[in-house]
Design a protein around this ligand. Sequence first.
Ligand SMILES: CC(C)=CCC/C(C)=C/CC/C(C)=C/CC/C(C)=C/[C@@H]1[C@@H](COP(=O)(O)OP(=O)(O)O)[C@]1(C)CC/C=C(\C)CC/C=C(\C)CCC=C(C)C
Length: 435
Amino acid sequence: MSVALLWVVTPNVEISNCFGFFDSVRDGNWLLESSRFISRDWGSIRAKKSRKQKWRSCSLSTDLKYSCVGESGLESGNNFCVLSSMVANTAGEMTISSEQKVYDVVLKQAALVKKQLRSSVDLDVRPDIVLPGNLSLLSEAYDRCGEVCAEYAKTFYLGTLLMTPERRRAIWAIYVWCRRTDELVDGPNASHITPTALDRWESRLEDLFQGQPFDMLDAALSDTVAKFPVDIQPFKDMIEGMRMDLRKSRYKNFDELYLYCYYVAGTVGLMSVPVMGIAPESQATTECVYNAALALGIANQLTNILRDVGEDATRGRIYLPQDELAQAGLSDEDIFAGKVTDKWRNFMKNQIKRARMFFDEAEKGVKELSAASRWPVWASLLLYSQILDEIEANDYNNFTKRAYVSKGKKLLALPIAYTRALIPPSTTPSLLSKA
Ligand SMILES: CC(C)=CCC/C(C)=C/CC/C(C)=C/CC/C(C)=C/[C@@H]1[C@@H](COP(=O)(O)OP(=O)(O)O)[C@]1(C)CC/C=C(\C)CC/C=C(\C)CCC=C(C)C
């Protein structure tokens, strides 16, 4: 299906398969982890005092709420203690945790866009610098991005129609680049993709950020990144996630999985916020909004992983943290056997709880976005989080049953998302402090 679509949307002047890309590149305790990864107050422990206060003002509470997730004694709230931004590697050496690494990227991204996004002007895009002839090519390129988006993500596409035309086009261009990147390792030509191919995709990315796009779809993104304060780092990180997918099929613990989820999905949040914009009246810190965006990406990816356990297993892939499986008395063989047992149900309950914590964290940031961007984000959040409800409704059989949200439920989510999108940003500095 995807290949057919790619042929339709790729213009003749370009390479014409796999979004025009393939030819061109041929040649411890999981409870502690879950608390640590979800609460921004962890960041505050590590950060300088001034930063710490800001994080505190927008974080989940650090109380023991998140430490009561697990079922085993190890996960008792009373044993909960703040570790640090360090984790032990297999050799027993202390290394920087994935959360710390990602947190640094979030801070950098937030700092980069703080000024522009806080502008009181509705849209702070730079004017077009293309010549008149190129303008229609560019608009054709954006239209194609819109078509891809409409084909792959219909509901989300409809949501983007509420955005201003400039923002909508930019989100489409980002979407298409992400989709193409994902297709490299997940699409029909995935078996031919090598690390070298990804290196080439990355140098192509660098070119487009320098204003030298390789094809039409790249040209749309090139224009977008010239107009909006979008940084290259999350894009490079997404490619890094694809590299990880090529070389890894197991994740030792949640620290490793978290990094993977950041690479392939948290990055999407960081790419999107500069385009969607933060409401000028919002009192939330930019970091806080970025953190929520990151959380939504992570939540979506965790949900995706939980939904696709059976499907991934048929490809020899298990994205679930190995240490948590072992703690639950489960092994890879149990996953391959695909039997829903009580051990499995308990394990899944904990995984679902953790994914929901990330959704909760994300919810805090949505209302801080510019008014027109809130609806598609709420819609995406509600629809994706409902997949978790469906896994429960399937009695945790994610081996042979694919959890999906029915059309009726999807339709119902849209007005709910719309109503939520009407909630204005927080204007109480005591709750969310201004940067
Ligand atoms: C409004 C909105 C949702 C904008 C995001 C648009 C965008 C640029 C999406 C790109 C998605 C994409 C193709 C990513 C490539 C990697 C990948 C496949 C990730 C998985 C997505 C699900 O994709 P898929 O369509 O394959 O799913 P199905 O299997 O068909 O169900 C991911 C699970 C991750 C997607 C991550 C997001 C959509 C992050 C969203 C976060 C924001 C938009 C930030 C919102 C801001 C705040 C403050 C909360």
